[in-house]
Design a binder for this molecule. Structure first.
Ligand SMILES: O=C(O)CCC(=O)C(=O)O
Ligand SMILES: [Fe+2]
Length: 308
């Protein structure tokens, strides 16, 4: 089946979220301009040319280049797209005070590529499904995505499935979309790249966001080292991980890493919590299927001890 989960880029968030919640994915049309596509493609072209396919799962005929925030200033615009960030906020912020960029990479599927195995992008985290969202993934269409050229295949609703449920061919939807669209999916939705039986490449660009307390799939500190990160807007520094991921998570020398990175002032030295402690305490508890959720309490006052 071809998918109908399409929205225009001026659709209010509250009209998009029920479909994303239910099916695990949506497509936003006209999310970027033709001019942005030209810039992204131009900036990445030398890297893409230097790269062939990688391996079976990643694709022998799929050109994959990572470190996109270091390699393209235009990709920086995509990663901070206001509608995408508002969706990421709605999906991820109930469970973390900050989310991170988890993965950046091209998925340029050349003619002759075979279909990728359906998988969950959250698969490397040993967390039982169904689970709350860990990742919000985006795939930007830098070319048209068609059933013939390898449009992403997804299994609607599979984010609600247990790990042992197997999809059948009839369960699969094909995310056909015109260039300039973006596909967003919750990371536990079963999906995979399609086979390219056409004679042109299908050019996708993946940018994934994950809960701020998870280890990032692509190591953003090596991908965009401090000398480069320092020159980027604060929001992108934060998304890369140059900020606390939760109270006391990710400090350097007992300081907020953004203070360390930007060598601003030292007034927060010794404060590993920033202002996140209260926000942290208000998060939804991350309940894993089959276990009882218990209330969160940072400091067990009954046994005494020093509090900040
Ligand atoms: O290229 C695509 O459409 C999907 C690729 C993918 O899911 C992956 O590499 O994890
Ligand atoms: Fe994937």
């Amino acid at each position: 089946m071809s998918t109908t989960n399409n929205f225009s880029s001026d659709t209010p968030l509250d009209q998009i979220m029920p479909t994303l919640e239910r099916d695990g994915y949506v497509i936003i049309k006209d999310a970027l301009s033709a001019e942005q596509i030209t810039r992204v493609r131009g900036e990445l072209q030398p890297h893409l040319e230097a790269r062939d396919g990688v391996n079976g799962f990643l694709g022998d005929r799929t050109r994959r280049v990572g470190r996109l925030l270091s390699r393209s200033t235009a990709v920086q615009e995509l990663v901070t797209h206001p509608l995408v960030l508002s969706i990421a906020d709605a999906v991820l912020l109930p469970y973390c005070v900050r989310y991170r960029i988890n993965y950046t990479g091209t998925m340029c599927i050349e003619p002759g590529e075979t279909a990728q195995a359906l998988h969950r992008d959250t698969g490397f985290y040993p967390i039982q499904n169904p689970a709350p969202p860990l990742i919000l993934a985006t795939i930007w269409a830098l070319s048209d995505f068609t059933a013939e050229n390898g449009a992403t295949r997804l299994v609607p609703g599979s984010r609600h499935w247990t790990d042992d449920k197997e999809p059948t061919p009839a369960d699969i939807a094909v995310a056909e979309m015109p260039a300039r669209s973006v596909l967003l999916y919750i990371g536990s939705t079963l999906h995979g790249g399609g086979a390219n039986v056409s004679n042109t490449a299908r050019y996708g660009l993946g940018l994934h966001y994950a809960l701020g307390w998870l280890r990032q799939e692509e190591n953003q500190y090596l991908a965009v080292p401090p000398e480069e990160a320092r020159k980027l807007p604060q929001k992108i520094q934060e998304l890369l991980g140059y900020s606390l991921g939760a109270a006391a998570l990710g400090f350097v020398d007992h300081q907020d890493p953004s203070v360390f990175l930007n060598d601003t002032d030292n007034t927060q030295a010794g404060d590993v919590h920033g202002d996140l402690l209260n926000a942290d305490n208000k998060l939804k508890r991350f309940k894993i299927s089959g276990t009882a959720a218990v209330g969160r309490n940072y400091f067990h006052e009954a046994v005494g001890g020093k509090k900040p």
